[in-house]
Design a protein around this ligand. Structure first.
Ligand SMILES: Cc1ncc(COP(=O)(O)O)c(C=O)c1O
Length: 394
């Protein structure tokens, strides 16, 4: 078995990621598709999901320094998007058995201070937030709701509404290892006619080059990892910055989405129902074979970008699984406001102790892969390795 949580996890011959060409009209086609799909008057394509978040927030035209309530267990990119849009994040803690803040926590925060001017949900790892109650609260307090779909493109809430169609705006990410994976990309979906005249600059040429190389480079690394050559290539490419990390790039200003990435994103939308069904089948195997004490609370609508479990010694488990060719060191998330694993924690306004449940989960969570390279048989084998490790610790 040779299974990675990331490193080109979504790419196959069918995914189109290894194709070389695209046509100049692909961005316009993707934009038109997204407008129709989400029935939104405005869609702006961006080079990164964080650019889409910043753009959507800027377009809400909130007073400078306004507070945006967000999940207290999130990615640094979200923090970056909010602060670079001139706003302040207000962290809402999660529960120990679920990865999104609850409506009850939001309600308490809306009653308290500082005043909340916008709310953003993120359906962490494709597990749905309590959207109906959250939407009702936002309407009651007259604050706009933004749906960050970085983990949940294609998910439908239990009301039947598709994620991204409930709030005032949605932000999509098409970056590596996401539901729609075009190596990089994003889109701001706005449910009002905004006045921006997008004249985004192109992203730096070097970055664009490395994103085009990424599917091939990661394929080579995956094929040769067992021979140790893969590790050398990985190190070399990282040190020479030829391998774009998921955290590279700022949230403002927004940049154009090139045609190749637009083409791949559009193609992936066509395969999305099938890809989601696959992820849900793999999650069902983990749910069946792993002890329920390791699992988070399940919702049938979850699309499981990854399947989260909680263990006391996550690094030990990750090291153990590596012996079987299962590489899970890319943890989402190992801190309440997480940067890429093992990187120095960047400075944020998060204060230790602010979200104790997020800290508890961050210290223990491991994500299991659900992507196309994991079959039901492999998922069961992964579950059995985990169970054997648990028994050895008992
Ligand atoms: C919840 C969440 N939102 C937004 C983003 C930003 O996406 P991107 O890397 O496309 O900027 C991430 C990054 O992984 C994320 O985890």
């Amino acid at each position: 078995m040779n299974i990675f949580n990331s490193l080109g996890s979504n790419y196959s011959k069918r995914s189109g990621a290894y194709s070389l060409g695209s046509d100049a009209k692909a961005p316009a086609r993707l934009q038109a598709y997204l407008k129709q799909h989400y029935r939104a008057p405005e869609v702006y394509l961006t080079y990164k999901g964080r650019e889409a978040i910043a753009l959507a927030l800027e377009q809400l035209q909130l007073p400078k320094g306004s507070s945006v309530a967000i999940n207290g267990y999130t990615c640094y990119a979200v923090y970056e998007a909010i602060t670079q849009a001139g706003l302040q994040p207000l962290y809402l803690d999660i529960e120990k058995n679920q990865l999104n803040f609850t409506a009850e926590r939001l309600s308490a925060a809306l009653k308290g201070s500082p005043k909340i001017n916008a709310v953003m949900i993120q359906n962490t790892l494709g597990m749905p937030a309590d959207i109906q109650k959250i939407k009702t609260l936002c309407a009651e307090y007259k604050v706009p709701l933004v749906e960050d779909l970085a983990h949940s493109i294609g998910m439908s809430y239990s009301s039947g509404q598709e994620a991204g169609t409930v709030g005032a705006a949605a932000a999509l990410s098409f970056s590596q290892d996401k539901m729609i994976d075009a190596v990089t990309g994003g889109a701001a979906v706005l449910y009002w006619a905004s006045k921006i005249q997008p004249n985004f600059a192109s992203a730096p040429l070097g970055h664009r080059f490395t994103t085009r190389l990424y599917p091939w480079a990661t394929w080579l690394i995956r094929q040769t990892i067992r021979l140790q050559i893969g590790r050398v290539i990985l190190k070399l490419m990282k040190s020479t910055k030829l391998l774009p990390g998921p955290m590279s790039g700022a949230a403002t200003p927004a940049h154009k989405l090139p045609s190749w990435h637009s083409h791949i994103a559009l193609q992936s939308y066509g395969q999305l129902p099938e890809l989601i069904a696959h992820r849900q089948r793999i999650a069902a195997v983990y749910r069946e074979w792993l002890p329920s004490t390791l699992q988070f609370s399940h919702d049938d609508t979850a699309v499981y970008l990854r399947f989260p479990i909680i263990v006391d010694k996550p690094l030990e488990l990750i090291a153990q699984l590596r012996h079987y060719g299962v590489y899970l060191s890319d943890r989402w998330y190992d801190a309440p406001i997480a940067v890429a694993p093992r990187q120095v924690l960047k400075q944020t306004t998060y204060k230790k102790g602010e979200c104790p449940n997020a800290e508890y989960v961050a210290a223990r969570m491991v994500n299991l892969p659900t992507h196309i390279h994991v079959s039901e048989k492999k998922a069961r084998a992964i579950a059995e390795h985990i169970n054997a490790w648990l028994e050895s610790k008992a």
